[in-house]
Design a protein around this ligand. Structure first.
Ligand SMILES: [Zn+2]
Length: 124
């Protein structure tokens, strides 16, 4: 789903998109000429790979997502909550996919390995 930066208004515009099992739902609101605030929530079932045993597993996902979108180059590059869309087109699929892959890149443990971890910790 793509939305032209200029088309976002100063009143909240709701949106909803779904990629695979994950839904991103929320609103877009223009804050100033070069800034749009995304206020939403990710929900669904995320497919993850356990980093210990390599098993695929599913994890229910429900997490708020607040981002600032801009069509300008951001000078403060270490602010991860700002995403640049320099061509003036907000790509919501890109946002959803990058959020999902950043969660998938964590050290995710399946429930079996999680409980093994707990037992391991209790021995000490
Ligand atoms: Zn595992």
């Amino acid at each position: 789903m793509k939305i032209f930066f200029d088309k976002v208004s100063y009143s909240k515009k709701p949106f909803k998109l779904r990629v695979d099992n994950i839904t991103l739902q929320g609103s877009l609101e223009k804050k100033d000429y070069h800034k749009v605030e995304l206020d939403g929530e990710l929900s669904g079932e995320l497919e993850l790979i356990c980093y210990r045993c390599g098993e695929q597993f599913y994890k229910p996902l429900k997490s708020p997502l607040t981002l600032t979108l801009t069509d300008r180059v951001v000078e403060i590059s270490d602010d991860l909550d700002i995403i640049e869309f320099l061509d003036g087109v907000i790509d919501l699929d890109f946002i959803l996919n990058s959020e999902v892959s950043s969660i998938q890149n964590y050290y995710n443990l399946c429930s079996n390995c999680k409980s093994e971890n707990r037992e391991f910790e209790q021995e000490f």
